[in-house]
Design a protein around this ligand. Structure first.
Ligand SMILES: Cc1cc2nc3c(=O)[nH]c(=O)nc-3n(C[C@H](O)[C@H](O)[C@H](O)COP(=O)(O)O)c2cc1C
Length: 372
C-alpha cells in the first residue's frame, strides 16, 4: 500500500478511489454490485434498467484479440420489478456497508426516465446515469429535461460514440445534467466464425458492440472533447485495464473511471487492483494526491502549452537501457534503425522521419524522441 490519496469528492459524494464499475453484466444483479464493492471499487453502479426487461439475444458476448469484447446485451435482462423488489436492496446494503456512493443506470425514452427516475430516488440510489445509446438525436435534450424535472438527484448523461460529435452533444445536455460518462461501447461490428461461416452472436445480422482496450484512444479523445466544453465531472470509460489507464483518463479531464470489460474478463478484484496500480504510479512520480494529475493534459491545452510532439524531433536510443532485441528495426518503415540481433540499436537521423513508432514498440522504454 502507498500513502497516496486516491479518495475523491464528486457530486458531493465520497468515492474511496476513482475506479468504479461501468454498466454491464459485471453489475447485472445486487450480488454482482456487492462483489464490485468487495473487489475494491471506489463507488458503485447498477446495470441499466428500462421499463421492461431487455429481450437480450443469446449468445451475446464474444471475446476477440485477447482483452476486447463484442456484445449485444442491450440493457438489463431483469425486469424493473426484479430490481425494485430485490436487486437494489442488495446493492444498497453493499453500498452502505462499504460506505460507497451508488449510481443507478437507466434508459431510454423521456417517458421511461420520468417514470423510473423518481422510483430510483425513492429507493435510495444517490446518483442517476441515463444512457443515450438508443435515443433519437432529436430527443436528446427532451430526454435529459424529462429526467431533470422528475428527480432532484445528480444526473449523469452516458454518451455513445456512434451518436455524433460528443462535445456538441455535451454542450446541448449541459444545462440539464450534473456530469457525463463517456463512452459506451462502439459499433456495431461483426465477427465471423470462419469454421462455421456464422456470427458467434445471436443478434440481428450477428452484429455486436465493441469494448475493451481497442476502444481506449477513442474514449480518451471523447473525454477530452467533453471536458473541454463543461466543468462538470466526467466519468472516463473504455478499455481501462490498468492503473496507467486511470491516470491517462484523468489527465484528459475525467474525475472518475468506469470499468466493464476488464471486470468481466478478469473478475471483480480488478477494480481494487487497478486503483492500487494507479496509486503506485502516482507515488513513483512524486504525487501525493490523485487530484494533482486531474486535467493535466486538458489544462495544458487550455493554457496554450505544447501538448503534441513536433516533427523536428528524431528517435534516440538510450544505449544503457537497450537490450538489443531488434524490435525497433523490424517496425521502422524508413530504414532508419540498424539493430541486428544482439546489437544495440543505432538510429540514422538522416533517414528518421520522426514517425515515433519505435518509441511505443520498444519493450524496454529505451527509445525516446529528442530534438534534432
Ligand atoms: C456485455 C456488456 C454489456 C453492457 N451493458 C451496458 C448497459 O446496460 N448500459 C450501458 O450504459 N453500458 C453498457 N455497456 C457499456 C459499458 O458500460 C462501457 O461503456 C463500455 O463497454 C466501454 O468500457 P469497457 O471497455 O471498460 O468495457 C456494456 C458493455 C458490455 C461489454
Amino acid at each position: 500500500m502507498t500513502d497516496t490519496n486516491l479518495a475523491l469528492q464528486v457530486w458531493n459524494h465520497k468515492f474511496r478511489n476513482p475506479v468504479i464499475p461501468a454498466a454491464g453484466p459485471n453489475v447485472g444483479s445486487g450480488r454482482m454490485v456487492r462483489r464490485a464493492a468487495e473487489g475494491g471499487a471506489g463507488g458503485l453502479l447498477t446495470k441499466t434498467i428500462s421499463s421492461v426487461a431487455a429481450p437480450v439475444p443469446h449468445p451475446n458476448m464474444v471475446r476477440f484479440a485477447k482483452d476486447n469484447l463484442l456484445n449485444t446485451e442491450l440493457w438489463s435482462e431483469r425486469s424493473p420489478e426484479d430490481w425494485f423488489d430485490r436487486e437494489y436492496d442488495i446493492a444498497l446494503a453493499a453500498a452502505r456497508e462499504f460506505d460507497l456512493p451508488l449510481i443507478g443506470s437507466l434508459g431510454y425514452s423521456p417517458e421511461e426516465l420520468a417514470a423510473l427516475g423518481p422510483r430510483l430516488e425513492q429507493k435510495g440510489v444517490e446518483i442517476l446515469e441515463f444512457s443515450i445509446h438508443y435515443l433519437d438525436e432529436k430527443r436528446l435534450t427532451e430526454t435529459a429535461q424529462a429526467l431533470r424535472s422528475a428527480v432532484s438527484l445528480p444526473i449523469i448523461a452516458k454518451l455513445s460514440p456512434h451518436a455524433g460529435d460528443l462535445g456538441e452533444i455535451a454542450r446541448l445536455l449541459d444545462p440539464f445534467v450534473d456530469g457525463f460518462s463517456c463512452i459506451n461501447s462502439f459499433g456495431p461490428g461483426l465477427m465471423i466464425d470462419i469454421e462455421h461461416g456464422t456470427s458467434p452472436l445471436g443478434s440481428q445480422y450477428g452484429f455486436g458492440w465493441l469494448s475493451g482496450p481497442a476502444l481506449k484512444p477513442l474514449a480518451v479523445r471523447c473525454v477530452f472533447e467533453v471536458a473541454r466544453v463543461t466543468d462538470k465531472p466526467v466519468i472516463g470509460v473504455g478499455g481501462v485495464t490498468r492503473g496507467e489507464d486511470v491516470i491517462e483518463f484523468m489527465m484528459a479531464g475525467a474525475s472518475l473511471v468506469g470499468v466493464c470489460t476488464a471486470a468481466i474478463l478478469k473478475g471483480w478484484h480488478v477494480y481494487g487492483k487497478i486503483a492500487a496500480e494507479a496509486a503506485r504510479w502516482l507515488e513513483a512520480h512524486g504525487y501525493q494526491d490523485i487530484e494533482e494529475i486531474k486535467g493535466l493534459y486538458l489544462n495544458r491545452y487550455r493554457q496554450g502549452q505544447e501538448v503534441v510532439t513536433t516533427i523536428e524531433k528524431t528517435a534516440w536510443v538510450n544505449e544503457t537501457v537497450c537490450k538489443a532485441c531488434s524490435q525497433c528495426e523490424k517496425v521502422c518503415q524508413f530504414d532508419a534503425i540498424s539493430a541486428p540481433l544482439k546489437q544495440i540499436a543505432k538510429i540514422n537521423s538522416d533517414q528518421c522521419t520522426a514517425c515515433g513508432l519505435c518509441v511505443s514498440v520498444c519493450p524496454f522504454d529505451a527509445i525516446e524522441m529528442i530534438s534534432r
